[in-house]
Write a protein that binds this ligand. Structure first.
Ligand code: HEC
Ligand code: HEC
Ligand code: HEC
Ligand code: HEC
Ligand code: HEC
Length: 218
């Protein structure tokens, strides 16, 4: 047998190799065109932040509402991350000498932003809008998990297209009363079922999530 003679059983791969030859350029074109990047699937991604800010302390133990800091989340596509002066509302007096808060004090004094690293980051070719979800009773916890128990924010959901569409196709079980969107621990009242409450809310809020491509790719 010569060195380059493949055994006969590899013949079954020939048609597949042909497919791969046609498929690869198409796949690569799609990949380059959309700049598809695996980072959006980074479940568990946790960057090291400039200040060891803990949601478990602030949103959990202290019970602060998400909107105190992410004030634009209900009205716009993006959820603003707070400026240092928001932190100084309390930290002027609370732990005023903490070394952990040094970057916050400096940023507030210089009027500079804190360089928080992003945790959730969709590719640029995807359009997402926070207010469209919150105004229809989709709670933060559906997409971000129990942030109020996280010392370091972690991406809990894949944020993949299939994941978005799963809910757009069948939202009932994931809709809650609008005034509970930031209540991470919300549960239906005793004796009531989530999917039944959800189905009623889908009616009364007139919810019809779209699935056509231009909803999320515009
Ligand atoms: C005291 C202010 C404060 C409160 C209250 C707060 N956050 Fe945050 N949040 C921050 C800061 C600062 C960051 C950026 C640093 C980080 O990622 O921890 C952040 C980051 C996040 C991120 C990650 C953003 C990214 O880069 O992807 C999510 C998600 C988030 N917050 C959700 C929530 C939710 C949900 C609540 C309510 C349960 C909440 N936050 C309450 C200050 C706050
Ligand atoms: C339907 C899913 C969904 C819900 C509900 C949701 N988020 Fe997000 N959130 C996302 C996605 C997806 C991103 C990444 C957006 C991007 O990269 O453009 C994100 C990003 C963020 C960020 C980073 C800044 C930004 O806007 O990109 C913060 C902070 C945040 N969310 C906070 C919240 C808070 C607070 C709530 C509830 C009041 C909430 N989110 C509800 C899906 C959701
Ligand atoms: C409503 C008041 C309030 C606001 C606003 C607030 N904090 Fe705090 N923060 C506290 C309290 C209270 C503690 C102390 C918790 C404890 O240890 O019991 C604390 C603790 C901390 C600590 C731990 C410091 C140490 O030395 O242990 C850090 C870091 C911190 N906060 C960062 C921030 C940042 C960053 C912001 C703005 C995004 C912020 N905080 C906004 C009340 C606040
Ligand atoms: C937990 C359920 C859920 C998840 C997850 C979810 N959505 Fe939605 N989405 C909804 C609902 C409910 C609406 C509101 C539909 C309506 O207004 O009839 C909506 C509306 C939207 C809109 C507004 C469409 C318009 O009419 O302007 C966009 C854009 C969107 N979603 C994109 C996304 C993207 C991108 C993701 C994934 C990163 C995602 N959604 C994940 C439930 C969800
Ligand atoms: C509800 C929102 C939503 C809708 C509707 C949607 N997409 Fe996407 N799409 C996404 C998200 C989010 C990603 C990013 C996935 C990732 O980063 O893994 C994506 C990624 C893609 C990609 C990049 C390749 C990949 O799979 O990662 C292509 C191509 C694509 N979408 C085509 C389409 C087409 C064609 C349609 C219509 C049939 C469509 N999308 C409808 C949210 C959506």
């Amino acid at each position: 047998m010569s060195l380059f003679h493949f055994p006969r059983w590899t013949d079954v791969f020939r048609p597949l190799m042909g497919l791969a030859a046609i498929g690869a350029p198409v796949y690569l074109t799609v990949l380059f065109y959309y700049g598809a990047s695996p980072k959006t699937l980074a479940v568990g991604f946790q960057p090291i932040q400039p200040v060891p800010f803990s949601h478990a302390v602030h949103a959990g133990d202290l019970g602060m509402d998400c909107r105190y800091c992410h004030s634009t989340v209900e009205d716009s596509a993006h959820a603003a991350v707070p400026t240092a002066s928001t932190c100084m509302n309390c930290h002027e007096r609370i732990l005023p000498d903490s070394p952990k808060l040094l970057p916050v004090r400096e940023a507030a004094r210089n009027g500079e932003p804190l360089e928080w690293l992003r945790v959730h980051d969709l590719p640029d070719y995807v359009y997402f809008n926070h207010s469209a979800h919150l105004s229809k009773g989709v709670g933060c916890v559906e997409c971000h998990g129990r942030v109020d128990r996280m010392d370091v924010v972690t991406q809990e959901q894949p944020l993949s297209m299939g994941w978005c569409l799963d809910c757009h196709r069948n939202p009932d079980e994931r809709i809650r009363p609008k005034d509970e969107v930031t209540n991470m621990g919300w549960e239906p009242p005793a004796g009531e079922y989530r999917d039944e409450i959800g189905a009623e809310l889908v009616q009364s809020y007139n919810i019809h999530p779209r699935q056509d491509c231009s909803t999320c790719h515009r």
